[in-house]
Ligand binder design. Structure first.
Ligand code: NAP
Length: 248
């Protein structure tokens, strides 16, 4: 199967976790893939883990000029874009009382500003029939203690996707959100907890998931493939949970 044969795809935050799994899958399905990341170590590791044809670009999601450079690079190399998976994101646990400006800015700048301005930068490149996919989270729809700021940033994405689905239809561009539940990726290691506390917190979440396990990055990638493919040609403005039933 090559459901993305001939398509050009951008995946932000494609150096680890869900983005990396999706980059592999999109490449295997025939797409020419560009991924972004900002950390020098994960950029270098991704180079060894991804097929040589996948192009890896350094771009900080918080930087509008980095987004514009990514768009210019894709424009110069390919002349257009068919799939934009806006996936780069952060999520750290902290009691609400401990939230400070830097913590707030990190979540809003990566998760919201990063999506808004990357989409704005690549919009002129999107060809008719293109698909935009935003990686939100089930925590945008469901309350989780100590995760208020991450949840607020993901909730903002859901509203953004609904509004843009109406606006972008005129250009024959679809936009959807995907909302993973807890998914075993390096994300878990960035919660900001000591390991034992982190494992206990994950264990409590997993116990509430009807499937009694965390998701796998490949399971989210498969859902991303569907929403990005022509098979989803009449799907826009939706938010697909990939969460083992947690949000249900
Ligand atoms: N794993 C979960 O349980 C889960 C659940 C719900 C939603 N999600 C969402 O899924 C998305 C992917 O997460 P993941 O689980 O795959 O986690 P991950 O392995 O930590 O991947 C995050 C990706 O985002 C990139 N990124 C982070 N900050 C960035 C920045 N400032 N500029 C550019 N890239 C940046 C990272 O690149 P660098 O290494 O270069 O920073 C990495 O490629 C995120 O939006 C996350 O919120 C994850």
């Amino acid at each position: 199967m090559s459901v993305l044969r001939g398509k050009i795809a951008l995946i932000t935050g494609g150096t680890t976790g869900i983005g990396l799994a999706t980059a592999r899958l999109f490449h295997a399905e025939g797409a020419r893939v560009f991924v972004t990341g900002q950390n020098a170590d994960t950029l270098a590791a991704a180079r060894t883990e991804l097929p040589a044809e996948v192009e890896i670009l350094r771009a900080d999601a918080r930087s509008i000029s980095d987004a514009e450079n990514v768009a210019a690079k894709i424009q110069a190399t390919t002349g257009g874009l068919d799939v934009a998976f806006l996936n780069a994101g952060v999520g750290r646990f902290i009691p609400f009382q401990a939230v400070d400006e830097a913590f707030y800015d990190l979540h809003m700048d990566v998760n919201v500003k990063g999506v808004v301005f990357m989409l704005k930068a690549v919009l002129p490149l999107l060809r008719p029939g293109a698909s935009v996919l935003v990686n939100s989270s089930v925590v945008g729809q469901k309350g989780v203690a100590n995760f208020a700021i991450a949840s607020a940033s993901k909730g903002a994405l859901s509203a953004l996707v609904r509004a843009l689905a109406v606006e972008l239809a005129e250009r024959d561009v679809r936009i959807n959100a995907i909302s993973p539940g807890p998914t075993a990726t390096p994300f878990f290691g960035k919660f900001g907890f000591p390991e034992q506390v982190r494992d206990a917190a994950i264990g409590r979440m997993v116990a509430k998931i009807p499937f009694k396990r965390a998701g796998d990055a490949n399971e989210v990638a498969q859902a991303a493939l569907f929403l990005s493919s022509p098979a989803a040609s009449f799907v826009t403005g939706s938010d697909l949970r990939v969460d083992g039933g947690w949000g249900a």
